[in-house]
Design a protein around this ligand. Structure first.
Ligand code: ARG
Length: 462
């Protein structure tokens, strides 16, 4: 029999009961549902709406239910549409009238919004912790491989040499920004809808500030219509997850490329690779590919909820029941991806000689040769052209800039002198990029310290 059985003469069919249920998804919110009910009951008693002994019976009854649920022994019945009805029906069965008084001045509309906000505040914190785990792995790798040089790319063409640490730190900053987005999503969830009831507030003298304090929210949602229909906090969280998944997909794409025979920059640990059932030689970066693939699914979760709330009139509409599955999925997926990516980074083998061998190809010193001329007074545009001619010469001879003689250089410009050899040295080229945020060794040391400081500061925000 449904909670609203008074007005109905017929039950829904088994099919529509199942179709309309959110229990398979929202049973994960049981602890938050119970916490919300305890806070509500205590507030009702404090306000004289229910008797103190009823509130005590409710609290005791809920504690017993929670113990069974914690033990994983609660038998969920799909005839209860959601977690709220599951808990309430068992409570009322156990303690009678006191249980039936719990829902005074409350609706499942404010209840579900409260549960979801409480749950997502926790999940945002979990994700922030996992985000720090991945950043830690990247920071450790950046420290461990300090000094290793690899080609930096634009258009996936060799551009200029960079430190591997610099490359890894670029990802650290992406994930540092993601931490900020997750923190913002946690703040967005941190408002209490309880007391909004179905949509308009109630005639009971509810103290919304008391439940706000009891549940650890920062403030009550100021408008009851908004309280029951706002899902921005979920959009914010899924958006934060989506952006971070996009960053992970970029990182994983590079790890996949770097572990090809063509690059050979890294070897993934066996624990993060799989073989082939037919090709005995294969070692595939499956997990990096999987993370890359999962980014699509999380962006899908975001688009799905955006479409669900699009054009929804105020206030609660059953469409909103579709909110949780994607949000939970996005959070679960990102958490696993963070964990997996951190493991891949901390266990991969780096091959500095392969990186250096590639850095020596593709005229990575060309910009610095042009700078050499410009520093001797030649306008940079003219210097660019001179070095372009030298590169063309190398192309024709199938050699590198290093293989050219001083006479070859001087044939293009008499500003070239014997010290041009130093301008071709990759270590020196990297080290010379001393500007803040550049790839020079000293600049990267400063950056590493800043990233570590941000890491420590963010730890304190968990
Ligand atoms: N199961 C519902 C949900 O997840 C709870 C709120 C139901 N409210 C209602 N008026 N049908 O959204």
């Amino acid at each position: 029999m449904a909670l609203w059985s008074g007005r109905f003469e017929e039950d829904v069919s088994d099919f529509t009961q199942r179709f309309g249920a959110s229990l398979p998804v929202d049973k994960r919110l049981y602890a938050q549902d119970i916490a919300g009910s305890v806070a509500h009951a205590q507030m009702l008693a404090a306000q004289g709406v229910i008797a103190a002994k009823d509130a005590a019976a409710i609290e005791k009854g809920l504690a017993a239910i929670q113990a069974v649920m914690d033990a994983g022994e609660f038998e969920f019945d799909i005839n209860n549409e959601d977690i709220h009805m599951s808990v309430e029906s068992v409570l009322t069965e156990a303690i009678g009238d006191a249980g039936a008084r719990l829902h005074t001045g409350r609706s499942r509309n404010d209840q579900v919004a409260t549960d979801t906000r409480l749950y997502m505040k926790q999940r945002a914190s979990d994700l922030m912790a996992a985000n720090l785990g991945l950043r830690e792995a990247l920071l450790e790798a950046a420290e461990k491989h300090f000094g290793v040089i690899l080609p930096g790319y634009t258009h996936l063409q060799h551009a200029q040499p960079v430190l591997l640490s610099h490359h890894l730190l670029a990802y650290v900053w992406m994930f540092t920004r993601d931490f900020e987005r997750l923190a913002a999503a946690r703040t967005a969830a941190d408002a209490n809808p309880l007391g909004a009831a179905a949509l308009a507030g109630t005639t009971y003298p509810l103290d919304r500030f008391a439940t706000t304090a009891a549940l650890g929210f920062s403030h009550p949602v100021p408008n009851s219509l908004d309280a029951v229909s706002d899902r921005d906090f979920l959009l914010d969280l899924i958006y934060a997850c989506s952006v971070s998944c996009l960053h992970l997909s970029r990182l994983c794409e590079e790890l996949i490329l770097w572990s090809t025979v063509e690059f050979g920059f890294i070897t993934m640990a066996d624990a993060y690779s799989t073989g082939s059932s037919i090709m005995p030689q294969k070692k595939n970066p499956d997990f990096a590919e999987l993370i890359r693939g999962k980014s699509g699914r999380v962006v899908g979760d975001l688009v799905a909820l955006m479409m669900t709330v699009k054009s929804l009139p105020l206030a609660y509409n059953k469409d909103l029941q579709e909110d949780k599955e994607g949000a939970l999925d996005a959070a679960d997926t990102l958490e696993d991806c963070y964990l997996c990516a951190a493991g891949m980074i901390s266990t991969m083998a780096v091959h500095p000689e392969a990186m250096m061998a590639q850095a020596k190809k593709g005229y990575l010193a060309a910009t610095d040769v042009a700078d050499y001329l410009a520093k001797k007074g030649m306008p940079f545009r003219r210097a660019h052209e001179v070095v372009g001619h030298l590169v063309l010469l190398c192309d024709k001879r199938s050699c590198d800039l290093e293989d050219l003689t001083l006479a070859d250089f001087q044939a293009e410009s008499d500003l070239f002198e014997a010290d041009i050899v130093e301008a071709l040295n990759l270590e020196a080229i990297v080290a010379a990029r001393t500007t803040y945020g550049g790839t020079g060794h000293e600049a990267v040391k400063v950056q590493l310290e800043e990233a570590q400081a941000a890491q420590a500061a963010d730890h304190a925000r968990l």
